[in-house]
Design a protein around this ligand. Structure first.
Ligand code: ARG
Length: 456
């Protein structure tokens, strides 16, 4: 125990169990050592530590890093958390100098600093992973820029789109996810170290120096806020929850596309599992688990919001509960991104089948209505009505719109000519959607190429 001066007895076992965070916050060891080295270097610069003591601290911390890395460090639950475990070991190794490290510092600013550093590192890793999923999507989109598939609204056949266009929709979502990570990073990049317990310190510390040494843009401006703010973790979790939701939507589509009635794509053995009873099964478990991880990530966000909402300033031990949701969400998000990139690269679309379904369900009805407006100058509402009658007729006969004869069409609208058949194919339909952001293969190829260049 590092604070035992005024305590006669030790904590009860249950107190120790509920209080200790070493079981999970050991993940912060790298950040804790970085923070302590920066703090010691600053203390030496302002003359609060001798050069010899600073040397001893730096090499002691380096040795501890090696112990932890090699799995030789004995974490002690009686020492509560990672900060006290490292500090106690340092003193064990180097003696008196180790006891000087905690000058002008509290665990409150220490943990706030370590955790920001951890989240910042996580943001950098996750941003690279999001980019990799985007790259995988862009590559597949470029391959399938011109391959039609049914586009749905209400999961009912709507209008043909291209598979490439559909995949590019997810790139747009992931680009916004990257933006949210970048925003979060920008705002979190202020250094709490030197805020001490809550009020700042009487020592003449140089907060700009530690901030710069740890790669922060600036020191935080209010010590009370600095030790009790967890917005950075909440923003991170919000970004995670939104992105996990995006990945879940794609995962849901992958599950649907893999199902026997659809068979739009096939996943290889690498991303599927079998059934222990049904020999024919090939289950898209990876996609299902990506879909499910959303629950954990959203739960983490709601959990931490709930922990924080009633806390008076400044630090309260409740805030120790900030780490597990963040660690868990980061891990779930990282796994989901890796699985998604893997599935996107692995999937083999059945383009012939998608093309066949793209034309079913009267998917080119809107093209027919647009033709009536463009060529016959019908008001759109009238064209909609005429087309509805033609769809009803085709449906009654059990054929596609393009299978109606010209005479049958003219019976409904006398002005219709042979030319109408040119707009009823799937290819003509997608090719006509040339408006900016539309599904025309030329547009899609251009967008895919643009993304490939951006992501290269
Ligand atoms: N393990 C603690 C946490 O994660 C460190 C800060 C403890 N501060 C304190 N005053 N007890 O929040």
């Amino acid at each position: 125990m590092q604070w035992g001066g005024r305590f006669a007895g030790g904590p009860s076992v249950i107190m120790q169990d509920i209080n200790a965070s070493i079981g999970f916050d050991r993940k912060l060891w790298r950040q804790d050592i970085r923070g302590s080295r920066a703090h010691a270097a600053m203390l030496a610069t302002i003359g609060l530590l001798s050069a010899e003591d600073e040397d001893a601290i730096a090499s002691g911390l380096e040795a501890i890093a090696q112990e932890i890395e090699a799995g030789r460090f004995a974490f002690d639950v009686a020492l509560e958390d990672i900060h006290m475990n490292i500090e106690a070991r340092l003193t064990e190794r180097i003696g008196e100098a180790g006891k000087r490290l905690h000058t002008a510092r509290s665990r409150n600013d220490q943990v706030a600093t370590d955790f920001r550093l951890w989240v910042r590192d996580a943001i950098d890793g996750l941003t690279a992973q999001v980019s990799d999923v985007m790259l995988a999507l862009a590559q597949r989109a470029a391959q399938h820029a011109g391959d039609p598939m049914p586009g749905f609204t209400h999961l009912q056949t709507a209008q043909p789109v291209t598979f490439g266009h559909h995949l590019l929709a997810y790139i747009e979502m992931l680009e916004r996810d990257r933006g949210r990570l970048a925003d979060c990073r920008r705002r979190l990049n202020a250094c709490p170290l030197g805020s001490a317990a809550l009020a700042g310190t009487s020592f003449p510390i140089d907060r700009a120096m530690t901030a710069a040494a740890l790669g922060f843009d600036r020191p935080t401006a209010n010590s009370l806020d600095a030790v009790s703010d967890r917005d950075f973790a909440l923003e991170f979790l919000s970004a995670a929850a939104i992105s996990a939701m995006h990945l879940s939507r794609l995962a849901e589509e992958i599950v649907i596309w893999c199902s026997a009635p659809y068979r739009f794509i096939r996943l290889s053995d690498a991303f599927t599992t079998g059934s222990s009873i049904m020999p024919q099964k090939r289950n898209p478990d990876a996609a299902e688990l990506v879909r499910a991880k959303t629950g954990r990530v959203t739960g983490a966000l709601v959990g931490l919001l709930t922990v924080m909402k009633g806390l008076p300033l400044a630090y309260a031990k409740d805030m120790q509960e900030d780490k597990e949701p963040v660690f868990d969400a980061a891990e779930a998000w990282a796994l989901s991104l890796a699985a998604t990139a893997g599935m996107v690269r692995d999937m083999v679309p059945d383009t012939a089948r998608m093309r066949a379904f793209a034309g079913s369900g009267f998917a080119t009805a809107t093209d027919l209505a647009d033709w009536l407006v463009r060529v016959l100058r019908l008001p759109f509402r009238s064209a909609h009505h005429v087309t509805g009658r033609l769809v009803a007729l085709a449906e009654a006969r059990g054929v596609d719109l393009a299978d109606l004869t010209l005479a049958e069409m003219q019976a409904v609208e006398p002005g219709i000519t042979d030319d109408v058949f040119s707009v009823l194919t799937v290819e003509a339909s997608v090719a006509s959607r040339t408006s900016y952001g539309g599904t025309a293969p030329a547009n899609v190829a251009e967008q895919a190429a643009r993304w490939l260049a951006v992501l290269a």
